[in-house]
Design a protein around this ligand. Structure first.
Ligand SMILES: Cc1cc2nc3c(=O)[nH]c(=O)nc-3n(C[C@H](O)[C@H](O)[C@H](O)COP(=O)(O)OP(=O)(O)OC[C@H]3O[C@@H](n4cnc5c(N)ncnc54)[C@H](O)[C@@H]3O)c2cc1C
Length: 444
């Protein structure tokens, strides 16, 4: 009998999971709670508890298209832009689905409600949202590909007392609600950067509170108008009308906007699934993928500040190596030991900074891909893509306002070009890139 795999979620990672399960000869059944594929890229600018996509007006992709595709399917050759708009990314996933005939494996409008282990199998309760019916299925393995959807808001005294509007970036779609308002924006990530640049143009004034230094990354500078201010001092408490800061200052606001990221939540996992989540740490996960308590379950896409699509593909191929028995998992003890070793290497301390446990960043992402590839005996992400993403990561932090103006191009499996590297002032960087590329070519 064929091994039966359930895929939960049909965003980019779920689609790649279905495709690879089929190539492997597994039977696959995939569930998607919305009526279309694409996950985050299936945007319609609506908000609400049943809307998954958080894409907002004016969002520009932060990676060149070559970093947003799977190795077995490229963007249309006629697309000349480097940084695409979200609709073009969604179109890519529609074409990918068509090319590999994935739709017939997907049950749309089906939400996974419960996943629990029964002996060495998984019992899944799924709700057919259109017919308001519950069904139960049993499968051998589960691939969880649900992305992120639960807003994370820091605990600060008095938030419930605030009488103005409170919004999380999950529900931000346009600048409309901020027009001529006094706004407090809290956050240090890409959404915060995009939102501050956009609302700075329409609000009466914006006070932006961010961390002094983004985790594992240089301090990113944003140019703001004179009516906006940036603060790195913390908020002490909220009041009915505003916020009091740690330095004793007080400001009045009409809207508080949190762009503070998301919690990892898997509300459908039973308590005996073997997985627990605490302070953004999902554990115990071998290589941040495999449920060490029950290795027939995997979670795809957790490591953040990483290449998305190429990493999803690598993680899925990692699972395929083991689930097809070409590789045998280490024992549970060895997996737990490996997790601790990884924490030590990346400086993750439980209860101190477990919050950042799944953050890779410029420092760790290359090592992570290489480790997956070597451990499972599979091909790594192409060197040219890894080097290009590291280069862009640096550029993004050095100049958030202009990094998308550069033209990136893949030259071969090892090298990429960027017009910024042709400037005289970047000669050192250009030489360094060529040296790195040549060294890697020689060592392979
Ligand atoms: C504002 C924003 C901007 C971004 N910009 C970029 C970018 O520029 N470049 C980039 O590479 N990445 C970007 N990302 C990251 C983006 O999330 C990934 O590119 C990618 O979409 C993640 O794929 P995924 O399949 O893991 O999750 P998602 O795309 O989130 O898909 C998850 C799917 O699972 C479904 N699902 C969830 N729970 C259930 C359930 N219980 N039952 C059934 N189905 C379920 C959802 O409906 C959804 O379709 C951005 C994300 C956001 C929020």
């Amino acid at each position: 009998m064929k091994t039966k795999i359930a895929v939960v979620g049909c965003g980019p990672s779920g689609l790649c999971a279905i495709k690879n399960c089929i190539s492997e000869g597994f039977e696959v059944v995939a569930f998607e709670q919305t009526s279309e594929i694409g996950g985050e890229w299936n945007s319609n600018l609506e908000v609400g508890p049943n809307v998954h996509s958080k894409i907002y007006e004016g969002l520009q992709i932060n990676f060149p298209k070559e970093l947003m595709e799977f190795s077995d399917f490229s963007y249309d050759k006629n697309i000349t832009e480097v940084f695409l708009t979200p609709d073009k990314v969604q179109n890519y996933f529609l074409k990918y689905t068509e090319k590999f005939d994935l739709r017939k494996h997907i049950k749309f409008n089906h939400k996974i409600i419960n996943v629990r282990p029964i002996d060495d199998k998984w019992e899944i309760i799924v709700k057919d949202l259109k017919n308001d019916e519950y069904k139960t299925i049993t499968c051998d393995k589960v691939l969880i590909c649900v992305g992120i959807s639960t807003p994370w808001i820091p605990k600060i005294e008095g938030l419930n007392d605030f009488e103005g509007k409170i919004i999380h970036s999950r529900d931000y779609r346009s600048t409309k609600m901020f027009e001529n308002k006094k706004v407090l924006l809290i956050g240090s990530g890409f959404s915060a950067f995009d939102i501050i640049i956009a609302i700075d143009k329409v609000a009466e004034k914006v006070t932006w509170v961010r961390k002094i230094k983004e985790a594992h990354a240089p301090f990113l500078k944003i140019k703001l108008s004179s009516k906006s201010t940036e603060k790195t001092i913390l908020i002490k408490r909220f009041t009915k009308s505003g916020a009091e800061f740690e330095d004793g200052s007080f400001e009045e606001f009409e809207i508080i906007a949190f762009a503070t990221g998301y919690d990892f939540t898997f509300p459908f996992l039973s308590v005996d699934s073997g997985i627990s989540v605490y302070d953004k740490l999902v554990q115990p996960l071998y290589k941040q993928i495999i449920n060490a308590n029950r290795p027939s379950m995997a979670i795809i896409g957790l490591p953040s500040f990483s290449l998305r699509m190429p990493m999803f593909e690598l993680q899925i191929k990692f699972c395929m190596q083991y689930w097809s028995n070409r590789k045998i998992f280490p024992s549970k003890e060895e997996m737990l030991e490996d997790i601790q070793k990884d924490f030590k290497l990346r400086g993750v301390y439980i209860n101190r900074n477990s919050h950042n446990a799944h953050y890779l960043g410029l420092k760790n992402h290359e090592f992570y891909y290489q480790d997956l590839a070597e451990t499972a005996g599979i091909a790594n992400i192409k060197i040219c893509l890894i080097k290009m993403s590291t280069h862009i990561g640096k550029h993004t932090f050095e100049n958030f306002h202009t990094f998308r103006n550069f033209k990136y191009k893949i030259l071969n499996d090892f090298e990429f070009s960027c017009d910024c590297l042709e400037n005289q002032k970047d000669e050192n960087e250009r030489n360094q890139n060529c040296v790195i590329a040549k060294m890697l070519k020689l060592s392979i």
